[in-house]
Design a protein around this ligand. Sequence first.
Ligand SMILES: Nc1ncnc2c1ncn2[C@@H]1O[C@H](COP(=O)(O)OP(=O)(O)OP(=O)(O)O)[C@@H](O)[C@H]1O
Ligand SMILES: [Mg+2]
Length: 382
Amino acid sequence: MSDAGFSSCPSIETRGFGKSVQVRLASKFYGDFAALKDVTLTVNPGEFLTLLGPSGSGKTTTMMAIAGFTELSSGAILIDENRIDHLPPNRRNIGVVFQHLALFPHMSVADNVAFPLRMRGVPEDKVRLRVRRVLELVELPTFGERLPSQLSGGQQQRVAFARAVVFDPPVLLLDEPLGALDRKLRENMQAELKRLQRQLGITTIMVTHDQEEALTVSDRIAVMSNGQLEQIGSPEELYQYPATPFVADFVGDSNRIVGTVRTVAGDTCTIVTAGAIECIGKKRNWDDASVAALVVRPERVLVGREVGAVANRFNGVIENVNYAGDSIKYVIRISREDTLVAKVRNAPHHSRLHVGEATVVGWGADDAVVFTPANSLGDYRN
Ligand SMILES: Nc1ncnc2c1ncn2[C@@H]1O[C@H](COP(=O)(O)OP(=O)(O)OP(=O)(O)O)[C@@H](O)[C@H]1O
Ligand SMILES: [Mg+2]
């Protein structure tokens, strides 16, 4: 797409006008039930932060509180150090794309996009100019006269995005903006969203419960569970160094092996499972306890000829094979009580293993983390 069209409209193409957003000790009660409990987080200017978590974990509540559609029971919300939680939504200057805030069906695309400007009393000649430029930005310059029903799902999402950014908000909230799209379109839109957000420099908070989407588009991810923040960090931090078993489980796939603590030496811990499997990994958020959970990613589990001289090495039998195109997942039984999932790249040199085949499986001590129950949500013992 050419940038030429924006040269006389610096506000649309200028990066870096995003402002910081702070949520401080935010709580929201419905009767006795806490939908949010003391959530504190800071989103930096221009940053793309994703709220990730299971259904009911408080993601939408957080967004609604920032946007001003939900009043907090306690806590504060600041934009650029200024408290905004006493302001009505239309005075917070925040762009929103919420799943339930669909396009106005009876209005043309151009009128939909113009709506926030007309609400703000922007003169009509400026409205037309801005609408044209924003529709160019989302690559729908010729769609202004159509009705939303004459657009594809992805085009509707782009119009919703255009409507949310047309008034140059420094902050943009996206609640499951791509939820209704099929996988292929969703992936294209993720890239599109990221490009537009970068181009505009808007501080963006997005909700998703799709962890792959979160890992792809975010500068940082905040993982929520039960109305609380579990961990906040870059995609890589969350994936490589999950702070809790919940995060390890929720972000990416993982094998979780529960056992009794046998030895603790330096930064490693050895556990023994009910199936008498002895395995070792790195301690994480350690708290002395007799029972611990070792977590290892399926792609770190080596199989067959790949297994070298690693600290964890077991004989096993292939119990299941799941073919996923670019990768193959093996379920491998290593004791009467224990199975492991190994994810192997489907490379030409990989010789396929079959159900019932005996094999060797293993991983390095550095590739597994061991948590104690005190750091977990208490629900991980199978
Ligand atoms: N108006 C309300 N009255 C009572 N409880 C509510 C209300 N709104 C939300 N809740 C509860 O608050 C909790 C958090 O809801 P929220 O909508 O923030 O979840 P979410 O993380 O967005 O989930 P989802 O992924 O399903 O959209 C849920 O248990 C929900 O039932
Ligand atoms: Mg929600």
